[in-house]
Design a protein around this ligand. Structure first.
Ligand SMILES: Cc1cc2nc3c(=O)[nH]c(=O)nc-3n(C[C@H](O)[C@H](O)[C@H](O)COP(=O)(O)OP(=O)(O)OC[C@H]3O[C@@H](n4cnc5c(N)ncnc54)[C@H](O)[C@@H]3O)c2cc1C
Length: 494
């Protein structure tokens, strides 16, 4: 292991890998510990070989979008011509009909019909009066949707899809979820966009119609980082994880590790944690105060089950992905990976990645792949996408801790945990599960870069604003010393 300056990163997802890459650019080595047998975290790309045919898939569709120009350069430097721009096509399948997304006005009007359309208009007006004019307080996600779209339109696609993701009613979901997903979007802006398609530079993030994608899957970013950081002397240990994290006087002092089945210890100068915040707290020794341990028990995660189906068909849709808000359809979203890059499927073949939102150990989580496929096939056949005869193979994946659950109390409990963790002088906790924050890979990459910059410049960055709003980067802050903050804009955007 590296001596002298031991920078330990736990988790080889986008946050951990970007941190290691930024350190490497400054000539600093790090040690990365990853519990899985591969790197990339939720942004890895799987390869499935079927004799001489190679199918690739991400864990679901991974489009890249960011307002941070530094990040674009960061990835361009890694991938060069292997970073391609893809025209987005997305649809929703609702009540037996397909709808383009962002909305195509003519198609939506035709499918919905004038009566239902008028009812949606009235219901929007009711929501507008209640929340925008009478200023009723928005207490939960349902209120947010009713205020911005009206109840009828909300129930048509957003509320039921959201309940599918979370498995709880929208009235029990924190309005933060809307900020993460659809901030800046409302019925009027959606209609304007559908009618005029004007090029608005402040377009809400759900409406972006072109995105970047690595030619061989999103995992290419992390495989390329792995190659580069190994050359600069960094070490990646897969199938490895911490078993205990010791601390004293607000410093991480020693970490016990399981490295490929062998016990080892490390005394890190700095620790960058990207593993679930709940797991991290449980590994601390001595154990944190009872209030913190109790707060951890209140944070919940949503898991996912995936089917990846390889098909003897040239193509089944032109979509990158399709959403399925109706509850009687057991899956929530599918992605045809070939429509992200032609390298994702062999010529004349295609594949479909199917996502189910579940709780760990519930009925769907425990179903074998044959049963899950059977549950799904009747819907695909009705839609006319493909038949059982077209299927070559089917693969099943299960992932825990995929979505940090934004229930109404999560912020209260998270604050107790963060207030405790913020005291550690030589530890930053970053990333989606590391901060229990629903963020995309761009935000995790950004947090990793900021954590590295903190080490390089002996300053500490504040991760709280990353991913919290569209313009988060412009509003980022830097902590000059342990307490002072100043803007990060000039630093990373130059
Ligand atoms: C279905 C789906 C679709 C998505 N689509 C998009 C998209 O279109 N665009 C986009 O930008 N983002 C997308 N994302 C989000 C993106 O994948 C995540 O934001 C990103 O991967 C988070 O990176 P991270 O490093 O913070 O966390 P992770 O990717 O979760 O990485 C954490 C790493 O820590 C490891 N780990 C966990 N516990 C331990 C332990 N005890 N010891 C050691 N290692 C451990 C994990 O194995 C993992 O490798 C999507 C995610 C999903 C699930």
């Amino acid at each position: 292991m590296i001596t002298k300056e031991n920078i330990l990163i736990i988790g080889a997802g986008p946050a951990g890998m970007s941190c290691a890459m930024e350190l490497c650019k400054a000539g600093k080595k790090s040690i990365i510990i990853e519990k899985e047998n591969c790197i990339g975290g939720l942004a890895r790309t799987f390869e499935f070989r079927e004799s001489d045919l190679l199918f690739r898939t991400d864990i679901g569709p991974h489009r890249f979008f960011s307002k941070n120009r530094y990040l674009y350069r960061f990835i361009e430097d890694l991938l060069n011509e292997n970073w391609i721009s893809v025209k987005r096509q997305t649809r929703q399948f609702i009540d037996g009909k397909f709808y383009d997304y962002p909305v195509n006005a003519t198609q939506a009007f035709k499918n919905i019909g004038p009566l239902r359309g008028a009812a949606m208009g009235f219901s929007y007006a009711r929501g507008f009066i209640k929340y925008q004019i009478c200023k009723n307080k928005i207490m939960n996600f349902e209120d947010y949707i009713v205020a911005n779209f009206g109840k009828n339109l909300g129930e048509f696609n957003m509320l039921n899809y959201t309940e599918k993701i979370w498995g709880i009613p929208c009235s029990e979901i924190h309005p933060d979820w809307a900020k993460q997903r659809i901030k800046g979007l409302n019925l009027i802006s959606a209609v304007k966009d559908a009618l005029f398609k004007k090029k608005n530079k402040d377009i809400p993030k759900t409406l972006v119609d072109t995105f970047y994608y690595p030619k061989y899957g999103t995992g290419l970013i992390y495989d390329t980082i792995a190659e580069k950081i190994k050359k600069c002397g960094s070490i990646i240990k897969t199938s490895s994880y911490p078993t205990q994290i010791y601390h004293e006087n607000a410093k991480i002092t020693k970490i016990k590790l399981n490295i490929n089945g062998k016990k080892q210890e490390i005394t890190p100068s700095t620790l960058i944690n990207t593993i679930p915040i709940t797991e991290f707290i449980r590994l601390l020794s001595p154990s944190p105060p009872k209030a913190v341990v109790d707060a951890v028990k209140h944070l919940k995660w949503r898991a996912q089950v995936y089917l990846f189906v390889t098909l003897d068909k040239k193509r089944i849709t032109n979509d990158n992905w399709i959403y399925f808000p109706n509850k009687e359809i057991p899956f929530g979203r599918v992605a045809e990976m070939k429509n992200f890059s032609k390298e994702m499927s062999p010529k004349d073949k295609t594949s479909l990645f199917i996502e189910f939102f579940v709780n760990e150990n519930d009925k769907i989580w425990n179903l074998p792949k044959e049963k899950l496929l059977e549950l799904s096939m009747k819907h695909f056949e009705t839609m006319g996408l493909f038949t059982r005869k077209d299927i070559r193979n089917c693969y099943l994946l299960r992932k825990k801790n995929v979505y940090p659950s934004y229930d109404l109390d999560y912020l209260k409990h998270l604050k107790v945990i963060k207030d405790y963790l913020n005291r550690f002088e030589n530890m930053d906790y970053i990333g989606r599960s590391g901060r229990f924050q629903y963020t995309n890979q761009d935000h995790s990459l950004e947090m990793g870069i900021l954590a590295a910059r903190g080490i390089i410049e002996n300053k500490r960055y504040d991760f709280e604003t990353v991913g919290s709003e569209n313009e988060y980067f412009e509003k980022g802050f830097i902590r000059n010393d342990k307490t002072q903050r100043r803007t990060v804009n000039d630093l990373l955007n130059k």
